[in-house]
Design a protein around this ligand. Sequence first.
Ligand SMILES: [Zn+2]
Length: 316
Amino acid sequence: MPSLKTTRDNFSKAAIQALRDRAGNLCSQPSCQSPTIGADQSTTDGVTLIGVAAHIKAASPGGPRYDPHQSQAERGSVKNGIWLCSNCATLVDKSGGANFSVTTLNQWKFDAEKNSSDQLLFRNSRIRPDWLHRIHYAQYINVPRLSTILNIADSMKNLGLDSTKGFRGLGMQIAPVSGHLEASIATSSIKAIPIHDLMPPSDEIIGETISFDQRCYTKNGVDAGTTVAPSLLANFDPNKSPHFYFKISKIKIIFPYDPAWVTTSTAYCDFRSGSASFAGLGVVKRIDIKENQVFVSPVIVALPRNEFMQSWYGSR
Ligand SMILES: [Zn+2]
């Protein structure tokens, strides 16, 4: 068989270092994220490196995801690389790369680099809120959003939830379903940054999962049976859209919510009461610096269990 002469467009040393550093020296595979460097304890100055600068589109013809239209320079550029641990690098190239598309690898890379950048910006401010395991009664659970955060895409279907009807579609099934969700939340490892730590706000915080635990003002709450026009949910109107808010000095933190995901009739009352103590998690959606407003999409709004409630209701 004639030998086919192939050339590999390998990464330069500088490109490898850039890929490694931009990934924060962690594997970019989202469910791995393993450290790729550590001390070699058999020496006093050595390191063990298990990371690999892997090609997104293969370095040579016939390789996984090879793209003949790429130039040599493109093939060996930082843009065409992803930092992975050696296990994951082997995995993505199995079966000629058929299981892992260019789009998937680029998404992993983007998320890993955002993560390393966030670590610098917000250091170790991401914590699991200490009330998460004490949730006493969840007044609001945005299930589609929660499913994304917890990585449980099937839960909506399994729980019989229809995203247009929310909890309203469940009838008598609400209690077991919200109980199940509360239990998933209680045992989850969701991490968030306390919203106070992100003040004053900047565009960098858009997309961040935040936590809050405090007295809030409620506005435009509706009765359990009322549906709210989608336009009021899509375009915030301070006089019509259901929302709650609080202020951190001059900044107003506004949480517009979809009443379909309010859990019970007692919860509907809480949202219409004018003010209520809420603890919860949300995702920062939008910032209006001029108006001193931060818009947060709530994921969970709950009463955290505390000593008083425990003696009052007993532990549930
Ligand atoms: Zn890995």
